[in-house]
Design a protein around this ligand. Structure first.
Ligand code: AMP
Length: 503
């Protein structure tokens, strides 16, 4: 494999790389950098964690650094588009690190914060702009930035852009690019919509592929723990508090549960911060910095907020909730085991999540080993999944019965394996129904006593009918509510934007 010296980068870049202690280029770097230095287009299939930021940043800095041109107001020479603010900030700091011995300026352009300082930076003139699509389009429409002098365009994490519904924005931006330019394109997967964009964007690209589907997950020790929904918080605390030197990212499905989990961990004496789309940009950055600088040991995050986060030394990724999109699993667990380090990924799987687990295992083409020490018995999944899933389920159940004195054991002993949280839910519902019935009967008795003894028998009879009638109308009301709650069919973009805002 080539060393960085053999890549013929200019001396200030060599010095910056040496001070970062990079010795050997990663595969994406050794394949991309020579091609990009020759100003050819690149179609790179790679995930974060493979060193792809340097793969595009070094050739851009090499090109601009050897030209010694001053920056022009509003007209950058290079543009990097990233799906999230966090990733844009990260890419910006990589440009600062690799370009620290060069006299080049870069600016970050992303939403969620005031635009004034971004507009000022563009007006002053920068060589490179690193942007998220929405804010960039805003500033383009306001005439604060023009792309007619652009020489290099980078589209990073195109598959994420697609997931987040950014494709229409991307297409609008691409229309504004000069025909004569170099384009570098990176995506972890190549869905048909991505291929369509590459056809529009790239001219005779050199294809660089360093991400076979299962490669990145193989170096990470993966485990699944079967647990009831209610038992997840306790299990999380147990896992995190009994291990030394933990630096964990915990993924939850919703913003609310990210807050809840972080608060709960803090109350229990662990240091945690939450990061999700409802937090202001500053709060998100503060949480990230606190985690990066080890002021907190646990970052609780939703998917969108955590995309592209590159933090060294993450020992554990814990899927508090399994992701609904199996691809997200690969991205999540890729936050650990970065740059060749070892990592552990533990996924909690509760009732209702077994199908998600199966989809993930299908995608990564391997069965995730069960942590039998920690797993409890779950109720049988829906019949359609019981066929092939039964083997996995029974492992969980078996484990629960032999669990030494844990909470799961008490539950299985008192209710029998397989009841757990669902059993208690059923109990609650029937208690509620009994209480409602008693209330109705009491009310009828009061009525009938007012109406006098003679009509009492009649009233009691009516009560029964009334009850049936009211439960009938209640049933219809519930049905109507269910109908009104039935999700409307939405366009793909609408759904993506909704997902984005949810996270
Ligand atoms: P990226 O995929 O660009 O997010 O990079 C992942 C991590 O690998 C970052 O922390 C980089 O600093 C690190 N890295 C990138 N290239 C190299 C290299 N050639 N040698 C060692 N570490 C690297």
């Amino acid at each position: 494999m080539k060393t960085f010296t053999e890549l013929n980068l200019i001396e200030p870049l060599q010095r910056a790389i040496a001070s970062e202690n990079y010795k050997i280029p990663t595969p994406i770097q050794s394949q991309t950098i020579p091609v990009a230095l020759k100003r050819q287009d690149v179609l790179g299939c790679a995930q974060t964690g493979t060193g792809k930021t340097a793969a595009f940043a070094l050739p851009i800095l090499n090109r601009l650094g050897s030209q010694n041109r001053s920056a022009k107001a509003k007209r950058p020479f290079a543009l990097v588009l990233a799906p999230t603010r966090e990733l844009a900030i990260q890419i910006g700091s990589s440009f600062a690190t690799y370009g620290k011995h060069l006299k080049l300026r870069h600016a970050l352009v992303y939403g969620g914060v005031g635009q004034a300082s971004q507009v000022r930076a563009l007006q002053r003139g920068v060589h490179v702009v690193i942007a998220t699509p929405g804010r960039l389009l805003d500033l383009m429409n306001q005439g604060c930035i023009q792309l007619d002098k652009l020489e290099v365009f980078v589209l990073d994490e195109a598959d994420r852009m697609l997931d987040m519904g950014f494709m229409p924005d991307i297409k609008r931006i691409i229309r504004e690019l000069p025909a004569e330019r170099q384009s570098l394109f990176f995506s972890a997967t190549m869905a048909p919509a991505i291929v369509e964009i590459t056809d529009k964007l790239l001219t005779d690209p050199v294809r660089v592929d360093v991400t076979p589907k299962t490669r990145s997950v193989k170096k990470i020790k993966q485990q699944v723990v079967f647990v009831s929904r209610k038992g997840k918080t306790e299990l999380l605390h147990k896992i995190l508090s009994t291990r030394d030197d933990v630096r964990a990212i915990v993924f939850t499905k919703t913003k609310r549960s990210a807050n809840f989990v972080a608060e709960r961990l803090n109350r229990e004496g662990l240091k945690a911060a939450a990061i999700h789309g409802n937090k202001s940009q500053n709060a998100r950055q503060r949480a990230l910095d606190a985690f990066r600088n080890q002021f907190v040991e646990i970052l609780v995050a939703t998917d969108v907020a955590a995309r592209g986060i590159d933090i060294e030394g993450v020992t554990h990724v814990i899927n508090f909730d399994l992701p609904m999109e199996p691809e997200a699993y690969v991205h999540r667990i890729g936050r650990t085991g970065r740059a060749g380090a070892k990592g552990i990924a533990i996924s909690f799987c509760s009732t209702g999540e077994q199908a998600d687990l199966k989809a993930i295992e299908k995608l990564i083409d391997q069965e995730i080993p069960i942590d039998r020490e920690l797993s409890v018995a779950l109720p049988s999944p829906e019949p359609k999944t019981s066929g092939s899933g039964s083997g996995r389920k029974s492992s969980g159940a078996g484990r629960s019965r032999s669990s030494p004195g844990g909470r799961s054991r008490k539950r299985s002993e008192s209710r029998g394996a397989g009841e757990d949280a669902v059993g208690s839910e059923k109990g609650k519902r029937s208690t509620k129904r009994r209480r409602r019935k008693v209330r109705t009967e009491k009310a009828s008795a009061v009525k009938s006593s007012r109406a006098g003894d003679s009509s009492q028998k009649k009233a009691v009879k009516k009560t029964g009918e009334g009850q049936r009638a009211s439960s009938g109308s209640e049933g219809r009301a519930v049905e109507a509510t269910a109908k009104s709650r039935k999700p409307q069919r939405k366009g793909k973009n609408a759904r993506s934007r909704e997902n984005q805002s949810r996270a």
